[in-house]
Design a protein around this ligand. Structure first.
Ligand SMILES: N[C@@H](CCC(=O)N[C@@H](CS)C(=O)NCC(=O)O)C(=O)O
Length: 333
């Protein structure tokens, strides 16, 4: 685990001393947008037109933020348009590595780099910041378009539609205000809440994060007892963003990050919702539990010094989810 400073790799764990034991996630820095015709997006530079086989995703199967991009790529049927490289699940003194000696890890077919930070340096030789996944890479300009998953999923959602993407709009205009509000709460309390709990280095910081997390899960459980998805019965990006945390919760966060007031399987509606989305076409294939469990238990020596991987719960997300009782799934166009 480390970061680049003026283009030089430094092996450093997160600094929680200056924040009273609290984990703070840093902002992503590459913020360009792929658009249908290459015009400017909401931030960064223009010139990134959607074209088949021009863009490439670097992901970790373990990472919930990268996982969002794999799900939207699958739901939008973009597998033949956007290639993927999968990093090795262990993230240690060199950060993410591109070796292929773990089932499902692909290595780097584009440049044969061994470390992900080499890709960041190819985009910016003086880069200062964390080296995170996902990365959306432009093979034409040989640079990083974006390393912000929240924005990458919006690009995949609409920019490739003219190339024959599967219909479906997971961030439709009419629902944006509602989606944004849910995303905000889910991001702070749940997606990042599990990390804030697990990486806390003071009791106060842990207590605060874990209480907020479970209070939010209680609210979501109630919400999902009345409707099939977070925004009525329409499947949106808000669901995808919550789901990548839920799917890691019982197998990892309960034990590794001490998120143990309840399991997702103790919440009937969240558990049914988890299964409902797991059973969508092509979604189960984006879940690689070996990468997920190996990554967390082996990559955080401050949390789990001996790297012992717990036995883990028995999971069965193929059984009936019973969410149809709340109404039929809707997908916006
Ligand atoms: N805001 C980023 C966060 C991505 C992120 O933090 N990814 C983690 C993996 S789950 C990572 O690569 N961490 C490496 C590090 O922090 O050095 C996004 O959503 O794309």
């Amino acid at each position: 685990m480390g970061l680049l400073v003026d283009g030089k790799w430094q092996d450093k764990w997160y600094d929680t001393k200056s924040t009273g034991g609290r984990f703070k996630r840093s902002e992503s820095q590459f913020r360009n947008w792929v658009t249908a015709n290459g015009e400017d997006g909401p931030s960064g530079e223009g010139g990134f037109a959607a074209e088949s086989d021009r863009y490439h995703l670097y992901v970790s199967y373990a990472c919930p933020w990268a996982h969002r991009t794999l799900i939207v790529r699958a739901l939008k049927g973009l597998q033949d348009h956007i290639g993927v490289s999968v990093v090795h699940p262990h993230m240690l003194e060199n950060g993410w590595e591109l070796s292929d000696d773990f089932d499902g890890a692909t290595g780097d077919g584009l440049y044969h780099f061994e470390k992900l930070y080499e890709l960041y340096l190819k985009a910016d030789e003086n880069y200062t910041g964390r080296v995170t996944v996902p990365v959306l890479w432009d093979k034409q300009q040989e640079t990083i378009v974006s390393n912000e998953s929240a924005e990458i999923i919006r690009m995949l959602n609409t920019s490739f539609d003219h190339l024959g993407a599967t219909p479906g709009n997971y961030y439709p205009d009419a629902l944006r205000a509602e989606i944004d509000a849910i995303n905000e709460a889910v991001y702070h309390d749940v997606n990042n809440g599990v990390y804030k709990s697990g990486f806390a280095t003071s009791q106060d910081a842990y207590d605060e994060a874990v209480t907020t997390l479970f209070d939010r899960l209680d609210v979501l459980e109630q919400h999902l007892s009345e409707q099939r998805y977070l925004v009525g019965n329409t499947l949106t990006e808000a669901d995808i963003r919550l789901w990548t945390t839920l799917v890691r919760f019982d197998p990892v966060y309960v034990t590794h990050f001490k998120c143990d007031r309840k399991r997702i399987s103790d919440y009937p509606n969240l558990q049914g919702y988890l299964k409902d989305i797991y059973q969508l076409p092509d979604v189960a294939e984006t879940v690689n539990m070996a990468h997920i469990r190996h990554h967390y238990f082996r990559s955080h020596p401050t949390v789990n010094p001996h790297g012992i991987i717990s036995i883990g719960p028995q999971l069965d997300w193929h059984t009936p989810h019973d969410r149809d009782r709340l109404g039929e799934r809707k997908i916006s166009c």
